[in-house]
Design a protein around this ligand. Structure first.
Ligand code: AMP
Length: 462
């Protein structure tokens, strides 16, 4: 399937000729899987990352449908960041270069409105933009979606992560009900399924990458004699594999606290999560972990249950779970979306019975592996890639994610791609930024204004 030429598709001759001149000979897997449905005007949910050829997977569909003589906005592509929107805009222009008089317009935040309004007055066929700015244009009445035929949500997981849900909802409210909706995402947290259910009609699911299954998880077991050995084993493996985000499962709250403290004392970026924490600390712990400002979450099963944390680089079973299903559930949080996961479990002589049950359940022999050499402990522990900033203002002060991105990325600011997850609550907001941009980010947010006002900003540390 992945070797099919584009000529097997019902595409117009100009588009085919252009693909040939671009050197696109055969379809990438995501193109081969999704284009037939896209061209059949179906709603499509597709799993694909940047670099997979996803722009052409939706782009050729909307170009094929487009009537260039009708100078109205017929397609809207929503992207999480300005950089991605620019990239998608460029690729769309390349794909469309044999269609005369076609106008692709990019509309992103962080730049003045005036020129964008001017361009909109001249008209366009395809808009590529970020949700906050598109919503603003709709509110001002400078953008009209009455003739929209195709709506694309590109990197939908990232848009939701950045807090664009409300903006996306507001945009969809103004789009015609009769339309084609295409959703591309690298991962599929529950939020994506929810939005898909609300805005799509009988969508076709396309997965060009292998879905998570146990074979993409490397499960390793280590025999330890006591808790002291356990901690050393944990440190050795953390140092050896340096997972960007991992969960250490413990069987009791007390153990969670002890393990998290010990790891933090040794310089690891670890936080504790258990039911005895105050709500605010719990929220903050989850925010920091999910936005990559902490690498290790030490948790009980109960505290981790139902939380939207998957896609972990590694899972540690500090003690073997009491139940085999719990074990499988724990390790299932690693290795999703086609990436290989790591699951490390520690057991002692007292766990013989549990190990036998697990061997039965997993249908495999469990053998103890050897731990990495102690040399790895000489390195300093890995730091988180991001740092969290807390803003003392939120929805009630009319702050939206787009305002925060705008304030961070304006003149002398940081780049859109250096901004991570944004969460806005009623009276506060959190934003993650790349570690090496923290000074600039802090300055931009604390010296600059959001919605014309200054807000107190602080760096959240462990
Ligand atoms: P994307 O994932 O859409 O960002 O595309 C990644 C890169 O692959 C872009 O530079 C495209 O120009 C290129 N590309 C997309 N589809 C094909 C194809 N079928 N054959 C060769 N290159 C492609």
């Amino acid at each position: 399937m992945s070797q099919s030429p584009f000529s097997t598709l019902a595409l117009n001759a100009d588009l085919l000729k252009n693909l040939e001149s671009l050197g696109y000979e055969t379809m990438t897997p995501i193109q081969a899987e999704s284009l037939p449905h896209v061209l059949a005007s179906k709603d499509v949910i597709a799993q694909g990352k940047t670099g997979s050829g996803k722009t052409a997977a939706f782009g050729l569909g909307l170009l094929e449908k487009l009537n260039v003589k009708r100078f109205r906005i017929q397609s809207l592509i929503l992207c999480p960041t300005r950089e991605l929107a620019d990239q998608v805009g460029k690729e769309m222009r390349r794909l469309a270069r044999t269609i005369h008089n076609i106008k692709v317009l990019t509309l992103c935040g962080g730049v003045p409105f005036g020129p964008q309004i001017g361009s909109l007055e001249h008209g366009a066929h395809i808009i590529v933009g970020t949700p906050g700015r598109i919503e603003d244009h709709l509110r001002k009445g400078t953008l009209n979606l009455d003739d929209l035929q195709v709506l694309v949500l590109d990197e939908a997981d990232r848009m939701l992560e950045m807090g664009f849900q409300d903006s996306i909802d507001a945009i969809i409210d103004q789009a015609p009900k009769q339309r084609q909706t295409l959703l591309f995402s690298a991962t599929f947290p529950e939020q994506i399924n929810n939005i898909a259910r609300r805005i799509m009609l009988d969508p076709v699911m396309v997965k060009a990458e292998a879905k998570h299954d146990n074979s993409v998880i490397a499960q390793r077991f280590y025999k330890v004699d006591n808790n002291e050995d356990r901690m050393i084993a944990l440190r050795l493996l953390l140092q050896q594999y340096q997972p960007e985000s991992s969960v250490v499962f413990c069987n009791t709250k007390r153990e969670v606290q002890e393990v998290a403290e010990e790891l933090s004392n040794r310089g690891f970026s670890a936080i504790a999560l258990h039911g005895d924490l105050e709500q605010k600390d719990r929220d903050q712990a989850l925010i920091r972990f999910s936005n990559k400002s902490a690498c290790i979450l030490v948790a009980t099963d109960v505290a981790a249950r139902g939380l939207d944390i998957d896609n972990l680089s590694a899972v540690f079973n500090y003690h073997i779970a009491h139940d085999q299903e719990v074990h499988v559930h724990r390790i299932g949080r690693t290795g999703r979306a086609g990436s290989k996961g790591l699951a490390f479990s520690f057991y002692s002589g007292r766990d013989t019975h549990r190990i036998a049950l697990l061997e039965d359940y997993l249908d495999r022999i469990i053998e103890a592996e050897s731990l990495p050499s102690y040399d790895v402990l000489d390195k300093s522990p890995m730091q988180s890639s991001m740092i969290t900033l807390r803003i003392e203002g939120g929805k009630k002060q009319k702050i939206r994610p787009g305002d925060i991105v705008g304030a961070l990325t304006g003149q002398d600011g940081i780049k859109g791609e250096q901004v991570g997850k944004i969460q806005v609550s009623d009276n506060w907001a959190y934003v993650a930024v790349q570690r090496d941009t923290i000074k600039t980010a802090f300055r931009k947010l604390s010296e600059g204004k959001l919605k014309g006002r200054k807000f107190r900003v602080m760096v959240v540390r462990g």
